[in-house]
Design a binder for this molecule. Structure first.
Ligand code: CS2
Length: 488
């Protein structure tokens, strides 16, 4: 039997796998991420590992998952160690050692709250995906969200991420301790500002003074995070076992490219992330918008149109001429003119690099993975672009084809009975089940005011373009989709 990866077996790792820096026992817990899932371990934990290797310091990560015990069960026996595999022309392997503790909140609530209240905890990073915050489409606290409603009624036994953050802050304030910095690492426009506002709203609903303290003392820097990170599969586990000679229950794979831009606003110190390549800046908004619009929006376009066309991965979609050419036109002609370049950026080069990353043949990034949570992703990724193009009087045919592609995707999933991974799966499948392939379908979707809010939903040009695009996609099968993509 292959021995498991752990502190005890680290020394047996071959040279090809850079061993993690061994840290002294008793290190203080200063950095605490929520949801130490795939992306946290591919990204923030690696930057932190690099910062520790380059700068020393006594930071380390105490990781909390809010729902499932899976990561804890995999990583605790491995002393928090795991293998990162980077996929490009050459494949890289390294063991990451910045995670010192993994807690599963539902089973260790008092421990999690104690960690949050500990003086040594100084930064909290959050990766819970768009749906995990409990925000309305306009970015306020969604008091109708079941977890938020629960926490407002039971603030000392929270279940939501905002509930935990505020329970920790409340204890710190009562103890006269400084707050921690709270860093959202999810793909939302102005993620820090949104999180800060919703957190302050939640805190104020519990206690007006606490709300004011959160507003005045807690830093919520906005961020842009980027690294394409396909889900872990058995092939990856097998590869790691072969290369390292050790069994890793949950290795992580990602592309070599990685980027983290953080607004330079911390209220209680930070690891030396700048030494590890993190960009600290006063204006992260431009970076975030460029990435959301030029990478995530096109990703979602491939996810829906590609899935309808029977394509499985991003790289495969990029070798399907009709889809690749459509994507390039969408990015360069529709999206790029709406993006204000971050300082020093050549947007054309940035877009070309993204296309190159999508073509990376070493990565099997499943379109089905990107297609998850469309109701949460599309508004951030595409609706702003559509609004901007309409405001400038430009056609939105290609952009509308993507939204119509998502509608067909939902309709076909409902018809096939294969379900949908989306917090709004129930209402979406209900609508999908009532679709009859006519122009009325578009109206059925547009009636969903949890997604289609604001001026766009009432814009007759948007409705007309969607209706046209929906018809263009015909039955939503491969031939119709490729023909539609080629026609625009
Ligand atoms: C993707 C992103 O799954 C998705 O929706 O668009 O996770 C994307 O891979 C990352 O944002 C890249 O940084």
């Amino acid at each position: 039997m292959t021995a498991p990866l752990s502190n005890a077996t680290l020394a047996t790792l071959p040279d090809a796998v850079a061993p993690a820096r061994l840290r002294p026992v008793g290190v203080r817990y200063r950095h605490r991420p929520f949801r130490p899932g795939r992306f946290h371990r591919a990204h923030q934990a690696v930057y932190t590992d690099d910062a520790l290797a380059l700068d020393g310091g006594d930071w380390s990560i105490s990781a909390v998952s809010l729902k499932s015990p899976g990561v804890r069960d995999a990583l605790v026996p491995q002393d928090g160690l795991y293998t990162l595999v980077t996929l490009d022309r050459t494949i890289g392997h390294r063991v990451v050692g910045s995670i010192r503790e993994v807690l599963c909140a539902p089973e260790a609530q008092s421990q999690v709250l104690a960690r949050l209240a500990a003086p040594a905890t100084r930064v909290v990073t959050i990766t819970v995906t768009e749906k995990g915050y409990g925000l309305t489409a306009s970015g306020d606290l969604d008091t109708a969200n079941a977890d938020i409603a629960h926490d407002l009624a039971h603030p000392e036994t929270p279940v939501s991420v905002i509930g935990y953050v505020v329970a920790g802050l409340r204890r710190r304030r009562a103890a006269g301790l400084p707050p921690y910095t709270v860093i959202s690492c999810d793909n939302m426009t102005d993620n820090g500002r949104r999180l800060g506002r919703a957190t302050a709203q939640y805190a104020a609903a519990l206690d007006a003074d606490l709300g004011a303290w959160v507003c005045n003392h807690v830093a919520f820097p906005s961020t842009m995070v980027d690294s394409i990170t396909p889900a872990t599969d058995d092939a990856l586990r097998q590869r790691v076992r072969e290369v390292s000679g050790l069994a890793d229950a949950w290795p992580i794979q990602r592309e070599v490219f990685t980027q983290w831009v953080i607004e330079d606003r911390f209220c209680n110190g930070r690891p030396a992330w700048d030494k590890a390549g993190v960009i600290l800046t006063d204006d992260v908004g431009a970076f975030g918008r460029a990435k959301l619009r030029l990478l995530n929006g096109p990703h979602s376009a491939l996810a829906y149109l590609g899935s309808l066309a029977g394509v499985e991965t991003v790289a495969e979609a990029m070798t399907t001429p009709a889809l690749a050419a459509f994507l390039e036109r969408l990015m360069l002609e529709d999206v790029l003119p709406t993006v204000a370049p971050p300082a020093g950026y050549d947007l054309m080069l940035y877009a070309q690099q993204i296309l190159e990353r999508f073509r990376n043949p070493a990565i099997r990034h499943l379109l089905a993975q990107i297609a998850w949570d469309g109701s949460q992703k599309l508004p951030y990724r595409l609706f702003g672009v559509i609004e901007d193009r309409l405001a400038q009087g430009h056609p939105i045919d290609r952009l509308a084809l993507v939204v119509a592609g998502w509608m067909h995707f939902v309709r076909r999933r409902a018809a096939a009975g294969t379900g949908l991974t989306d917090p709004l799966a129930a209402p979406l499948l209900d609508i999908g089940g009532r679709c009859d392939g006519t122009a009325d379908d578009v109206g059925r979707f547009l009636a969903l005011d949890t997604i289609f809010t604001g001026p766009l939903s009432a814009d007759a040009r948007f409705r007309a373009a969607l209706t046209d695009a929906y018809a263009r996609l015909g039955d939503g099968g491969r031939d119709a989709v490729l023909a539609a993509a080629s026609s625009l």
